[in-house]
Design a protein around this ligand. Structure first.
Ligand code: PRP
Ligand code: GUN
Length: 180
């Protein structure tokens, strides 16, 4: 599996450090606000676990599973809710945790959905941001790393279901997806 990686971009130590830094900021920003921290499955599951452990104030967590329509490397703009939240969100402060923002289409749909559900606030925390690819005006509030315009895997991010269990983020060798 490691042989399929062209270059390691962020090690687990790099990610731990950035999660601590973001967590310190979140602890300040959400003190007394009892946020609902929403993990967008599946890719965000590892970063979510890091982030919530660094929030040192009251918070609740929940999970959403959304799938974007498109091929393995690009979304189309429509999302299907595979698993919705378990709790109502009207009046709540929502913090969405993502693994990556690429075109911004997935988050654009999610932010619209939360606003439609009359939340008090909605903010975005993402491990990776790939701003070069943006087609929607989504600006994350908390970002781990800005990534170059390459297809990355690991630390939750997959290619055809694989590589989520890599303990780092790396660039997938193009030969892996070009041969498919
Ligand atoms: O900004 P966008 O172009 O919309 O792309 C970002 C989305 O793509 C990935 O999810 P994916 O649909 O691959 O699902 P997964 O998290 O289950 O792997 C990622 O977790 C984001 O939700
Ligand atoms: N695994 C993975 N999923 C994505 N979804 C949007 N961009 C990416 C990416 O670079 N890697």
């Amino acid at each position: 599996m490691n042989n399929d990686i062209k270059e390691i971009l962020y090690t687990k130590e790099n990610i731990k450090e950035v999660a601590e830094k973001i967590g310190t900021q979140l602890t300040k920003d959400y003190a007394g606000k009892n946020p609902l921290v929403v993990c967008v499955l599946k890719g965000a599951f590892l970063f979510m676990a890091d982030i919530v452990r660094e929030i040192k104030t009251y918070a609740e967590i929940d999970f959403m599973d959304v799938s974007s329509y498109g091929d393995e490397t690009e979304s189309t703009g429509e999302i299907k809710i595979v698993k919705d939240l378990d709790v109502p969100v009207e009046g709540r402060n929502i913090l969405i945790v993502e693994d990556i923002i690429d075109t911004g289409r997935t988050l654009n749909c999610l932010v619209d959905l939360f606003n439609h559900r009359k939340v008090a606030s909605v903010k975005i925390c993402t491990l990776l941001d790939k701003p070069d690819r943006r087609v929607k005006g989504i600006r994350p509030d908390y970002v781990g790393f800005k990534v170059p315009n390459e297809f990355v895997v690991g630390y939750g991010l997959d290619y055809q279901g694989h590589y989520r269990n890599l303990p780092y983020v790396g660039i997938l060798k193009p030969a892996i997806y070009e041969n498919n």
